[in-house]
Write a protein that binds this ligand. Structure first.
Ligand code: PRP
Ligand code: URA
Length: 209
């Protein structure tokens, strides 16, 4: 699968197993989503450009590196993407955060937009879109289109569980967007939930069911 990166790190895989367990309660679920987002964020930011600087240590001058000025932004898809924000902010405390509100109409399964607020200089930033679930791919595809419409050139999608159908949809609609995930599941059920997946991510995060 081109442009798809599945994180097989043991810590991530272990936490994904706990996340899938239907007996994992809301508190633990929330903590796990945040922790996995942080671990994935570590890898997703691997290619961030560095620049050389000189730092005065107590002993002398060190030629060393810091992250260069290239700007990053993260955009969670509401609601469930919110669960991944804290983990990313632990790594990148200064990063700007946009929000896109979408829900899947349960009848048509089409994404319905209800909110969109992005950083004013979003077109100068590399954007990482956050959503734990990539099912049909409709929500992520629509969110990415909003962001592209604002002039953003460099977009990545970070999700926890991706269904094959969602990956295919995204590769068709946005072949330039790399997908980072922790697991790829085979199929969707009649209500377009990922099987085996982890259930409804928003409801499990916020305890709404
Ligand atoms: C979930 C999930 C994704 C979407 C994935 O959100 O967080 O945004 O479904 O499905 P798709 O790939 O088929 O579009 P949901 O619509 O349940 O909204 P919520 O986060 O507000 O609960
Ligand atoms: N949204 C979810 O929260 N879970 C799924 O399995 C599919 C879409």
């Amino acid at each position: 699968m081109e442009n798809v990166f599945v994180f097989d790190h043991p810590l991530i895989q272990h936490k994904i197993s706990l996340l899938r367990d239907k007996n994992t309660d809301t508190k633990e679920f929330r903590e796990l989503v945040s922790e996995i987002a942080m671990l994935m964020g570590y890898e997703v930011t691997r290619n961030m450009p560095l620049k050389e600087v000189e730092i005065e240590t107590p002993i002398g001058i060190a030629k060393t590196k810091i992250i260069s000025g290239k700007k990053l932004g993260i955009v969670p898809i509401l609601r469930a993407g919110l669960g991944m924000v804290d983990g990313m902010l632990n790594l990148l405390p200064m990063v700007k955060v946009g929000h896109i509100g979408l829900y899947r109409d349960p009848e048509t399964l089409q994404p319905v937009e209800y909110y969109c607020k992005l950083p004013v200089d979003v077109e100068e930033r590399e954007i990482v879109v956050l959503d734990p679930m990539l099912a049909t791919g409709g929500s992520a595809s629509a969110a990415i289109q909003f962001i592209k419409n604002r002039g953003v050139k460099n977009i990545k999608l970070m999700c926890l569980i991706a269904a094959k159908s969602g990956i295919e949809r995204l590769q068709k609609d946005h072949p330039d967007v790399s997908i980072y995930c922790a697991a790829v599941d085979e199929k969707l059920n009649d209500h377009a939930y990922i099987v085996p997946g982890l259930g409804d991510a928003g409801d499990r995060l916020f305890g709404t069911k």
